[in-house]
Ligand binder design. Structure first.
Ligand SMILES: NC(=O)c1ccc[n+]([C@@H]2O[C@H](COP(=O)([O-])OP(=O)(O)OC[C@H]3O[C@@H](n4cnc5c(N)ncnc54)[C@H](O)[C@@H]3O)[C@@H](O)[C@H]2O)c1
Ligand SMILES: [Zn+2]
Ligand SMILES: [Zn+2]
Length: 396
């Protein structure tokens, strides 16, 4: 019997490497003939995991984390027709059946058949269907042919693995945020947040031809990272209102496109930069986006936040000045990124050297045993994207 180890959430501020069950090709009592088991090559720590580990969700103790998975197929069910044992594949974080009305139109982030509680599912995530996470050595992927992206060549795939590992979530997510904000050639964009998603979004904006990409955050190291690939930056620890800071860069106080890569744990500006203000990014988005502009919102907003200060926010109700957005005819686009919409094209952008996404988000590869340290450093605001290498296939 194979062994398996994974990263389990224990309590706020604590994760632990545990021996976990080796995955079964099963859905409840029946065999999952359309699924595969993967030996995991790389699996990343995400800002979304941090919401759980900071105790800001109802994640239960013992939850095996991890939704950003790349691996080699080692076992395939009878009905898997096109993916083969030995393939090196990227796993979209959205689990999607390929059969429901949403999947049929490419809305794989809100598949209707994979989570009894609500539309949409993911590996290793609270409220997302109870699927076992993949910050582990092995994982089961239930809808293999539909979900998996096979890399064309395994050796080349391993050579680009630090970039390709980002296809399971943050590269498509950042790109999706930019697309939904209407970014195209010549756009002037503001990206809120310089975490891995914000940095991936900023790099995506360049790929899409944006003229100016401005990134705002309060962590200097992350802003320096954004600067390293040609972004303008705004230090939000300063008291200058965002409109003024934007005008100092482009001459006018408004941008064409705004992407919220922060979410509900947002903090305020200047003297408020240490205070949580969950609606602040959404409200500044409406203030600094031109009339007719669009706002992409990959940053996560939750339906329940036990750690929120006020009662309304504990239920996910935030005070947003929707009248302003209405008056300016803004478009808003929220939700989980439907990774499969983008992952093949973005894989090609990587393999044909059109983007250095691992460099943009500053990938650091760590062992599975080192994952708790990765969580801690990431939480402290390291300008890094931690990629776990559970079988030492990348570092060796
Ligand atoms: N929609 C999706 O499919 C999807 C996928 C992945 C991640 N996410 C979400 O995207 C968000 C970002 O992920 P990440 O991994 O980069 O997380 P992160 O926590 O590392 O980054 C968030 C950054 O926002 C900064 N910040 C806080 N308040 C701010 C403000 N008012 N203005 C500007 N910056 C501010 C923080 O300092 C931090 O650097 C998270 O909410 C995550 O859950 C969504
Ligand atoms: Zn993620
Ligand atoms: Zn579906």
């Amino acid at each position: 019997m194979c062994q398996n180890h994974g990263v389990a959430y224990i309590k706020p501020g604590e994760v632990e490497i545990q021996e976990i069950e080796y995955p079964k090709l099963a859905l409840g009592d029946r065999k999952c003939e359309h699924g595969v088991i993967l030996k995991i090559v790389s699996t990343n720590i995400c800002g979304s995991d941090q919401h759980m580990v900071r105790g800001r969700t109802t994640a239960p103790a013992g939850l095996v984390l991890g939704h950003e998975i790349t691996g080699i197929v080692i076992e395939a069910g009878r009905d898997v027709e096109y993916i083969k044992v030995g393939d090196l594949v990227s796993v979209p974080f959205n689990i999607a059946c390929g059969r429901c009305r949403n999947c049929k139109v490419g809305q794989t982030g809100i598949c209707l058949n994979v989570n009894p509680a609500r539309p949409g599912a993911a590996y290793g995530y609270v409220d997302m269907g109870g699927w076992v996470g993949g910050q582990a050595e092995y994982v089961m992927v239930p809808y293999a042919d539909f979900n998996l992206l096979k890399f064309p060549n395994k050796d080349q795939g391993m050579a680009y693995i630090k970039d390709l590992t980002l296809l399971s979530d943050i590269f498509p997510t950042g790109f999706h945020g930019a697309v939904m904000a209407g970014v195209g050639p010549g756009s002037i964009v503001y990206v809120a947040g310089a975490g891995p998603v914000g940095l991936a979004c900023a790099a995506s904006c360049h790929l899409l031809g944006a003229a100016v990409v401005i990134v705002g955050d309060m962590i200097q190291e992350r802003l320096d990272q954004a600067k390293s690939f040609g972004c303008e930056v705004i230090d939000l620890t300063k008291d200058t209102p965002l409109e003024q800071a934007i005008a100092a860069i482009i001459g006018v106080p408004e941008v064409d496109c705004f992407v919220d890569c922060v979410g509900f744990e947002a903090r305020g500006h200047g003297s408020n930069s240490g205070t949580e203000l969950p609606a602040t990014v959404l409200n500044t988005a409406m203030a600094v986006t031109r009339a007719g502009g669009a706002i992409g919102i990959p940053g996560l907003y939750v339906t329940g936040d036990p750690g929120a200060k006020d009662k309304a926010a504990q239920e996910g109700s935030l005070s947003i000045r929707i009248g302003l957005g209405w008056a300016k005819s803004h478009s808003f686009y929220t939700g989980q990124c439907p990774v499969m919409k983008y992952h093949r094209a973005l894989m090609n952008a990587i393999l044909y050297d059109k983007i250095k996404i691992a460099k943009a988000v500053n990938v650091e590869v760590i062992t599975l045993q080192d994952a708790p340290r990765g969580y801690k450093d990431f939480d402290k605001g390291a300008a890094k994207k931690f990629v776990i290498d559970p079988h030492n296939m990348i570092m060796n």
